[in-house]
Design a binder for this molecule. Structure first.
Ligand code: FAD
Length: 325
C-alpha cells in the first residue's frame, strides 16, 4: 500500500492553493474528475466551450491579488468589464457598477490550469472513504486502490466531505454549512441581449426575478467567440425543479429567456449543480478551515464565504496549518 505524508482530496481552487504552498515530494492530490478547477468549470458545446460554473471572480485580499496578477501576466486571467444589468419588477434593466471583475482566459478553468502548473494531480481518482489507521489515515478509492497518509486535507463540497468522513465527528459541521443547488442552462443567441429600455447588456444579476440568478453573454468575456448565453437559476427555483430531466429544464429556461428578452434562442445543454453555493455565505469558519481531528482538516469555499477568493484563502490557511503541525 502506498504512503504519502499529506493527502489532499480535490483539485479545485482550495486544494490547488494548498498544494501550491507544499513541497511536491510531500503530498498526493486526488481528484475525481478528469482535470483541475472544480466548480470553475467549462463544457464543450460543438466546437466551442462555455463556462458553466463560476462566471467571474472578485479580489479583495492582497495574497489573492498577487496570484491573480501573476495569472494575468501569464495570460490565464483577464479583467472583464461587462455592461451590467439586474431585474426590477421582473424586468431587465441596466445597472452599471464600478466592481472590478476577473475571468479565466479563455475559460474560467484557466485559473485552475494556472494554479496547477507545477502540481501533479492524480485525476479520475474518487476517494470513497477515509478511515483512522493507528496514528495515520487510510484512504479508500472507488477504484479499489488504497493508500495511507500522515495528514489529510479534504476540500470536497460539504456534503461530499461528510460522506467521506463517516468515521469522524462531522455531522454537525455538515448540517451547519449546507449548500444550495443551481440549474445552469446554456443557450445560443444570435442577437444582443437588451434591457427593457433597449440598452444592450452583457450580464445580469437576478434582482427580484424568481428564476434568473445570473445571466452572462459569453462573448462579452475576453477570448470567447461563441454566441452562447449562460443562465444560472435561483437556488429556490433549482431546488424546486432539482429532480427534473435536463431536457425539461432547458426548455423551461429557454422559454423564460425568450419571453423576458423577446429573443429567439436555442437550448444547448443544462447542468445540475447539486452543491453549487453555500446556503448562507455569511456563515463562515474562522480563517475558512476546520480541524476535525489531529492531522485531519477540512477546507473549502463553504467555510469561507462561498466564492473563488474565499476558496483560495481557505486553501492557503490549510497549507499553513499543515506546515505548522
Ligand atoms: C453555478 C455556480 C456559480 C458560481 N458563481 C460564482 C461567481 O460568480 N463568483 C465566485 O467567486 N464564485 C462563484 N461560484 C463559486 C466558486 O465556483 C467556488 O467558490 C469555488 O470554485 C470553490 O472551490 P473549491 O476548491 O472550494 O471547491 P470545488 O471547486 O468544488 O473543488 C472541489 C474538488 O473536489 C473534487 N472532489 C469532490 N469529491 C471528491 C472525491 N470523493 N474524491 C476526489 N475528488 C473529489 C471535485 O471534483 C472538485 O474538483 C459559483 C459556483 C457555481 C457552482
Amino acid at each position: 500500500m502506498k504512503h504519502t505524508e499529506v493527502a489532499i482530496i480535490g483539485a479545485g481552487v482550495t486544494g490547488l492553493a494548498a498544494a501550491g504552498r507544499l513541497s511536491p515530494r510531500n503530498y498526493r492530490i486526488f481528484e475525481k474528475s478528469r482535470g483541475p478547477g472544480g466548480r470553475l468549470a467549462s463544457k464543450r458545446i460543438d466546437a466551442v466551450r462555455a463556462d458553466i460554473g463560476a462566471q467571474f471572480f472578485t479580489v479583495r485580499d492582497s495574497r489573492f491579488q498577487a496570484t491573480v496578477d501573476s495569472a494575468m501576466a501569464a495570460g490565464f486571467v483577464t479583467p472583464w468589464q461587462p455592461k451590467m444589468g439586474t431585474f426590477q419588477d421582473h424586468q431587465p434593466i441596466a445597472s452599471p457598477d464600478q466592481q472590478a471583475r476577473f475571468v479565466g482566459h479563455p475559460y474560467m478553468n484557466s485559473l485552475g490550469r494556472f494554479l496547477s502548473q507545477e502540481i501533479e494531480i492524480q485525476t479520475e481518482s474518487r476517494v470513497q472513504m477515509i478511515e483512522p489507521s493507528g496514528d495515520r489515515f487510510r484512504l479508500i478509492l472507488t477504484s479499489g486502490e488504497s493508500c495511507t497518509a500522515d495528514c489529510v486535507l479534504v476540500t470536497a463540497p460539504v456534503d461530499q466531505m461528510v460522506a467521506m468522513l463517516q468515521y469522524f465527528d462531522v455531522q454537525q459541521l455538515g448540517s451547519r454549512f449546507a449548500m444550495d443547488p443551481t440549474w445552469t442552462t446554456v443557450l445560443s443567441l444570435e442577437e444582443p441581449l437588451r434591457g427593457s429600455d433597449g440598452e444592450s447588456l452583457d450580464a445580469l444579476f437576478g434582482g427580484d426575478h424568481p428564476l434568473f440568478d445570473f445571466i452572462a453573454v459569453e462573448n462579452s468575456k475576453p477570448g470567447r467567440q461563441s454566441d452562447l448565453l449562460v443562465v444560472h437559476a435561483t437556488p429556490e427555483w433549482s431546488q424546486q425543479h432539482l429532480e427534473r430531466d435536463s431536457a425539461e429544464i432547458s426548455e423551461l429556461i429557454r422559454q423564460a429567456v425568450s419571453a423576458t428578452f423577446q429573443v429567439i434562442t436555442q437550448a444547448k445543454l443544462s447542468h445540475r449543480w447539486r452543491y453549487a453555493r453555500p446556503t448562507d455565505p455569511k456563515f463562515t469558519a474562522q480563517k475558512g478551515i476546520y480541524q476535525v481531528a489531529p492531522n485531519l482538516w477540512v477546507a473549502g469555499d463553504y467555510l469561507a464565504g462561498g466564492r473563488v477568493e474565499g476558496a483560495f484563502l481557505s486553501g492557503l490557511e490549510a497549507a499553513e496549518r499543515i506546515l505548522a503541525r
